[in-house]
Design a protein around this ligand. Structure first.
Ligand code: NAP
Length: 286
């Protein structure tokens, strides 16, 4: 029977540490870290994500600004706004909520953010540094997964097989890179992979980032594996669930993250951590 690893608890302890840092700065009358979140349009999921980020900032006492622009905002207007925040020395982190409306070029927008304020870790400069194993802003979800592995004593994966299901730019590809850096032997699988369960059942560490409710059954999982479920889905009864058949897989794994209360809260905690890291770099540069 697996130990259930609640990312929500780890995230709460990280936020608590950050809150203490914010309290110290405030008591000393110093400038506080500031995160700017830009949302274009009214996608309900995006609205809920940015509100979650806003709430987390408020909870720890970090300065935050939510810029909500209409769907028909011109790309040029957004680029100009990003440039203003790039230059503003009171701003430490800039996050443009994805997805963007179709008339905007996502690559161009992400490229416009100052890499030193790219707290989402999506700028090609930061992705390049991550690929080379250098210190940089890491994308928040993969960073959160690595933090969970660290907390359960799995930060050195020498001799371990890690399998990632999914190859998106925001989860699958970067987590594969971070696992490699932690010395795992990494296999990335996706929708075109044949006999996927044969590959996943070799994994000492299995990361599911697919977006399909309960796709990963117990026969896909090696006994004693560490199973990290990134998926956030609704099942046929409209209940929130992950990519992993939690009830069955928890009988076989050694550690498993649940959905909800698993990797989701870690993603937000890592955004706050990245903003705090950016602040510290900016303060050293002053
Ligand atoms: P995505 O961009 O849609 O990528 C999904 C990946 O899964 C693709 O690489 C796809 O393969 C692969 N895939 C689809 N069906 C498959 C199957 N039957 N077998 C094996 N692989 C399959 O999704 P994403 O952005 O990475 O997100 C994945 C899930 O994580 C979603 O549920 C999302 O909501 C959740 N998520 C959660 C957080 C969090 O903070 N908890 C953050 C980000 C994402 P192809 O490349 O071949 O199409």
């Amino acid at each position: 029977m697996a130990e259930v690893v609640y990312g929500s608890e780890i995230a709460a302890s990280i936020k608590n540490d950050l809150k203490q840092q914010m309290d110290c700065l405030r008591n000393a009358g110093k400038r506080l870290p500031r995160l700017v979140v830009i949302l274009i349009g009214a996608n309900p999921a995006s609205l809920s994500y940015v509100r979650g980020k806003e709430k987390a900032c408020q909870m720890i006492g970090m300065e935050n600004e939510l810029i909500h622009l209409p769907e028909d905002t011109k790309e040029q207007e957004l680029l100009a706004l990003i440039e203003t925040y790039n230059k503003n020395t009171d701003v430490d982190g800039i996050l443009v909520q994805l997805p963007l409306p179709e008339h905007m070029d996502e690559h161009k927008i992400l490229l416009a953010i100052d890499p030193g304020k790219d707290v989402d870790g999506f700028h090609p400069y930061n992705i390049g540094r991550m690929m080379m194993g250098e210190a940089t802003f890491l994308p928040c979800t993969p960073m959160g997964i690595m933090e969970v592995l660290k907390r359960i004593g799995y930060d050195d994966l020498s001799g371990k097989q890690a399998v990632v299901i999914g190859r998106s730019n925001i989860v699958g590809k970067p987590i594969a890179q971070l696992l490699l850096k932690a010395n795992a032997t990494v296999t990335v699988t996706h929708s075109k992979t044949k006999d996927i369960e044969k590959i996943t059942s070799q994994a000492d560490v299995l990361i599911a980032a697919v977006g399909k409710p309960r796709l990963i059954r117990s026969d896909w999982v090696k006994a004693g594996a560490v199973v990290i479920d990134v998926g956030v889905n609704r099942d046929e009864n409209n209940h929130l669930c992950g990519d992993v058949d939690f009830e069955a897989v928890k009988e076989k794994a050694s550690f498993i993250t649940p959905v909800p209360k698993g990797i989701g809260p870690m993603t937000i905690a890592m955004l706050l951590q990245n903003t705090w890291n950016a602040y510290q770099i900016h303060e050293r540069e002053v």
